[in-house]
Design a protein around this ligand. Structure first.
Ligand SMILES: Cc1ncc(COP(=O)(O)O)c(C=O)c1O
Length: 374
């Protein structure tokens, strides 16, 4: 009892007494729907988190089992091995790679480093907002730049929004939730123009799903410019979302600063995750299969939308952003009542996002959505 009283007292004087906002973690997490059994008692069809339904690959499963012998050791050796493999694959030095437990950790880290001194972060809206949410908690402002009518980043407006208080520009390319992709040449031109003065973070979580795949990455810019950092993940095309592996590519000086701010002393990733990542990195069969099946699923959704005159945004990712006005009521709720999870965003009324599951899961979604047309 005494302990809980003391803790409450401390919270009051420590947090409420300061200029920091009282943290309310549920506000950050309220969009995460737990995949509990639905009304029918079955596990739902999970089309709400852009996961890869085909993972983990056979090779990574085997690597995880074999890695258990090292499970009594801290993961530094395993992390270093993955770092070397990534550095070699990406054509950068090992001191240009930071590995974390999912790229969410990198977004939080960037939000922390660049939000700490207040000021603003320039980013499109809607986009993947975790970096900005994190930096707003500690005092920076998100300068929200509306997307163009066809849901692309308005790079010109983003550039114009940069001012003396801008601490960072965030570009999610391809973008979540719209699935739109700005060609490499345009983004690199933008980075050339603004990256000499302002740090720019490029979130490339879905780059493998674009035409041309990782050749579209801006990773080649990081070696010459300490202001450019690229974020990647093993959660999407590699099918390892639950294993939690992400990485940043940056200039050695920038990576050094990021390492200093890491909350888990750079040992948050687990040994099995590191080996799962190494095994999946060169599993071209698995990643090709994922991309191909994703394209199949996307084609099914596009056909449905075209037939039913539902407006959708052509996607360069493993999800599709589509308009709500051809559907009755709240499609997220109706789908959930049928054990199918999709997503909407409170601040983006009129639009839904469906992740591309297996073709069978997509068929289930299409059949159910077809019954909800006005
Ligand atoms: C654009 C983008 N970046 C980063 C992440 C975080 O992924 P993870 O933490 O699993 O690497 C996601 C997850 O959906 C995402 O959509």
């Amino acid at each position: 009892m005494a302990t809980s009283f003391n803790r409450r007292q401390w919270l009051k004087t420590g947090l409420l007494g300061s200029s920091l906002p009282l943290l309310q973690p549920w506000q950050l997490l309220d969009h995460l729907q737990e995949p509990v059994p639905g009304p029918s008692g079955k596990m739902p069809v999970r089309l709400n988190s852009n996961e890869n339904p085909f993972g983990p690959s056979q090779k990574s499963r085997e690597a995880v089992m074999a890695s258990l012998d090292e499970g009594n050791r801290y993961p530094r050796t395993a992390i270093n091995k993955l770092k070397e493999a990534i550095a070699q694959k990406e054509g950068v030095g090992v001191d240009q790679v930071l590995i974390t437990a999912g790229s969410t950790e990198i977004l939080g880290l960037m939000g922390l480093i660049y939000g700490l001194r207040g000021g603003n972060i320039v980013a499109g809206d809607p986009t993947f907002d975790y970096l900005m949410i994190y930096s707003e908690l500690i005092g920076a402002k998100w300068k929200r730049i509306p997307l163009t009518p066809d849901k692309y980043f308005d790079l010109e407006a983003m550039g114009k929004a940069v001012d003396g208080d801008t601490r960072m520009i965030f570009i999610c390319n391809p973008n979540n939730p719209t699935g739109t992709y700005i060609p490499k040449a345009e983004v690199s031109q933008f980075c050339e123009k603004y990256g000499s003065n302002v740090p720019i973070f490029i979130d490339e979580a879905y780059i493998e799903f674009t035409d041309g795949g990782v050749s579209n990455s801006l990773k080649d810019m990081v070696s010459d410019n300490p202001n450019i950092v690229v974020g990647r993940t093993f959660s999407k095309v590699y099918g390892l979302a639950g294993m939690r592996i992400g990485y940043a590519l940056g200039h050695p000086d920038t990576i050094k600063v990021m390492q200093q701010f890491c909350m888990g002393r750079m040992i948050t990733p687990s040994v099995p995750s590191m080996y799962a990542a190494m095994a999946s990195m060169d599993d071209k069969w698995f990643t090709d299969m994922t991309v191909e099946k994703t394209m199949q699923g996307k084609a099914m959704v596009y056909d449905f939308c075209k037939q039913q005159q539902v407006r959708y945004i052509p996607s360069h990712t493993n999800f599709i952003w589509f308009e709500a006005d051809r559907f009755k009521g709240d499609l997220v709720k109706t789908m959930a009542s049928k054990d199918i999870l999709i997503r909407s965003y409170a601040d983006q009324p009129g639009w839904y996002r469906v992740s591309i599951g297996t073709p069978a899961e997509i068929q289930t979604f299409i059949d159910a959505a077809g019954l909800e047309l006005v």
